[in-house]
Design a protein around this ligand. Structure first.
Ligand code: ATP
Ligand code: PRP
Ligand code: MG
Length: 221
C-alpha cells in the first residue's frame, strides 16, 4: 500500500519528452500505457498491467510526488532533481533520455568574459536558482538571481537580466533570440527516482521494472 492506499505501483511522469522517451523503457518492462496524455484529460492513466498506473504531473513536481510516496517512482531531469534536493529519493538509474546541457547565455553583443573578469555584478534570470547560485558562487561571481518559470530566453532581450541559466539542446532557441551560449554548467539527462520506503516495501514488484529500465537505457546509450 502506498499513501493513497494503493496496493499497486504508481509511476509519476511529465507530459512531452519525458513521457515519450519513457514509453520504450516501459515497453521493455512489458508495460503499455493505455491512454495518451496529449489527448486525454485524465491525470491517472491505466496500463495493460492492472498493478501499474501512471500519474501525469508537471516536470518539476515529479520529485515531490515520489518523495511523499504519492507515487512510488518517477522520471525527472537532473536539473529538476538538483533544484528539488533529492530528499527521500533513491536515484538508481541514469536513463540517458531527455539529454541536454545547462548553460549560461547572454545577448550576442554582451562581453560576458570581460564582465566576469572585471567583477561586475550580474543579473541572472533562471528557473534553476539553486544550480545557478552554486555555479556563480564557485566562480566567485556576484549575481542577483531573478526567478522565472519559463521563457528564460526573453529576459536578456528586454533588459530584465544580463544573462540566463537554462537548458540547451540544439541551440535553436538561443539562435532564434540572438543569444549566445557562453558557459556550460553541466550535462543533463533524466533519472529514475524511487521513493525510499517503496523500494523496501515493494521491492519484489519494483525490481523487475528497474532491471528492465536499466538494460533498455544502456542499450540506447
Ligand atoms: P514545464 O513545462 O512544466 O515548465 P519543463 O519545461 O521543465 O516543465 P519539459 O520541457 O518536458 O518540462 O522538460 C523535462 C526535462 O527534459 C527537463 O527537466 C530537462 O531535463 C529536459 N529538457 C528540457 N528541455 C530539453 C530539450 N530542449 N532537449 C532535451 N531535453 C530537454
Ligand atoms: C526547452 C528549454 C529551451 C529549449 C532548448 O524548452 O527551456 O528553451 O528547450 O532547446 P534547443 O536548444 O533545442 O532550442 P521546451 O522545448 O521544453 O519548451 P518550454 O518553453 O515549453 O519548456
Ligand atoms: Mg520545457
Amino acid at each position: 500500500m502506498n499513501r493513497n492506499g494503493e496496493p499497486g505501483l504508481i509511476l509519476a511522469l511529465s507530459k512531452g519528452r519525458i513521457f515519450e522517451d519513457t514509453l520504450p523503457l516501459l515497453e521493455a518492462a512489458g508495460i503499455t500505457v493505455l491512454e495518451n496524455p496529449e489527448t486525454s484529460r485524465k491525470l491517472i492513466l491505466p496500463t495493460n498491467d492492472p498493478g501499474v498506473r501512471v500519474l501525469i504531473v508537471r516536470a518539476s513536481d515529479v520529485p515531490t510526488y515520489v518523495q511523499h510516496g504519492a507515487a512510488d517512482f518517477g522520471v525527472a531531469g537532473r536539473d529538476v532533481l538538483l533544484e528539488h534536493g533529492g530528499e527521500g529519493l533513491y536515484q538508481p538509474i541514469d536513463l540517458r533520455i531527455a539529454c541536454c546541457r545547462m548553460s549560461v547565455a547572454v545577448n550576442a553583443g554582451f562581453d560576458y568574459e570581460t564582465a566576469v573578469r572585471q567583477g561586475a555584478r550580474l543579473r541572472v534570470a533562471t528557473k534553476f536558482v539553486n544550480t545557478a547560485r552554486e555555479h556563480f558562487a564557485s566562480k566567485g561571481v556576484h549575481v542577483d538571481l531573478i526567478k522565472l518559470y519559463g521563457s528564460m530566453e526573453l529576459a536578456p532581450l528586454v533588459g530584465l537580466s544580463d544573462a540566463i541559466v537554462d537548458v540547451v539542446s540544439t541551440g535553436g532557441t538561443l539562435r532564434a533570440n540572438n543569444l549566445v551560449e557562453v558557459e556550460k554548467i553541466m550535462d543533463i539527462s533524466s533519472r529514475l527516482v524511487v521513493n525510499q520506503a517503496a523500494l523496501k516495501l515493494k521491492r519484489e514488484r519494483l525490481q523487475p521494472i528497474l532491471d528492465a529500465f536499466q538494460q533498455a537505457s544502456q542499450q540506447q546509450g
